[in-house]
Design a binder for this molecule. Structure first.
Ligand code: PMV
Length: 324
């Protein structure tokens, strides 16, 4: 049987996705905007094997069972039902970065899996259709199908909640300098976290203001206006973490070191350095910066006591299939 291999990059959200209006289909409560991270990748191979009696998953060299395998198997079931094929699959996936460290490995994982599986099950899909399917594995995976700067539309149903490029990867040479504060998997994963969003009294205010932030962010990218972008991405990250902190039970993803880094980055910007922070569902701090600022930002981050490592990434492309 033929093996299909796809590569996808994780993405960092400038305007965050937090909360679903429909959990099974992962229909988001709000639209979101992100940048693909070209230096990091997940490589996934899918082979359909008629002799298998269930799906198999090997992740970073170790055979999986339990919830990780179950999640992949539920996802592959969608491809089997659309294609009308019944074979189970062997899935082999490797990440070039630590898993579940707040670098959204599920985004690149489900984007690469969606692309490889669509070929294995012989489905000829458009980028939009692939983004919709990737979304069913992990919401943010919808944004790891297209290239460059990407917007995921909230949509009104399964068929129009997809992500597309709003500016190509070479449009604006921004960088993400990721200060690794912890390299352990997070305690509460985002699938569960999304379900708690509505328990926060702040979520409705966050959603009411989402279109305004999306407009500001889209405009600041198109106009390459760093000062405007910085203000809106820090505001949006703080609003998502305010919802997390006030949900029931509360989720606190920040560590004292995350807070220290956020304060320092704001200070650097006041001093003229083009840098802004944003954090996903983990303590690591993503510092978005201009090409000019990148050497100083990565050096200054690495000098902060307790920072384990600084991973640096330019804007990346979309998911692609590797020819065999
Ligand atoms: O795709 P998920 O379910 O892992 O959710 C991602 C949630 C955040 O990373 C916190 C925000 C985002 O938009 O990527």
């Amino acid at each position: 049987m033929h093996e299909y291999t796809a590569i996808a990059h994780p993405n960092i959200a400038f305007i965050k996705y937090w909360g679903n209006r429909e959990n099974d289909l992962r229909l988001p409560a709000n639209g979101s905007i992100s940048m693909s991270l070209g230096a990091l990748e997940t490589r996934t191979s899918v082979t359909l094997l008629p002799e298998l009696i269930s799906d198999e998953l090997e992740l970073d060299g170790s055979l999986q069972s339990g919830s990780a395998l179950e999640r992949v198997s539920i996802f592959l079931e969608i491809f089997r039902s659309i294609s009308g094929r019944h074979e189970f699959a062997r899935v082999v996936s490797d990440n070039s970065f630590p898993q579940s460290a707040g670098i959204a490995s599920s985004a690149s994982a489900f984007a690469a899996l969606a692309l490889a599986a669509s070929h294995a099950y012989e489905l000829l899909l458009t980028e939009r259709e692939l983004s919709i399917l990737a979304r069913r594995g992990s919401g943010s995976a919808a944004r790891s199908i297209p290239s460059g700067f990407v917007e995921w539309h909230r949509g009104s149903s399964n068929d129009d909640s997809f992500a597309e490029t709003i500016a190509p990867l070479d449009y604006w040479p921004l960088w993400d300098c990721i200060a690794l504060v912890e390299d352990q998997p997070k305690k509460v994963g985002s699938t569960l976290g999304h379900q708690l969003a509505d328990t926060s009294p702040l979520q409705s205010a966050r959603l009411q203001d989402a279109d305004r932030r999306l407009d500001l962010c889209r405009k600041s990218i198109l106009e390459k206006d760093f000062a405007k972008l910085a203000d809106v991405i820090e505001l949006d990250s703080n609003m998502m973490h305010a919802v997390m902190l006030t949900s029931c039970p509360p989720l606190m993803y920040w560590s004292p070191l995350s807070v220290e880094i956020m304060r320092q980055v704001s200070g650097w910007r006041t001093g003229g350095l083009e840098a802004a922070y944003t954090l996903d569902a983990g303590p690591n701090v993503h510092v978005i910066c201009s090409a000019d600022a990148r050497p100083r930002v990565s050096h200054q981050l690495s000098e902060i006591q307790g920072v384990l490592d600084v991973i640096v990434s330019p804007v990346g492309g979309g998911a692609f299939l590797i020819p065999h």
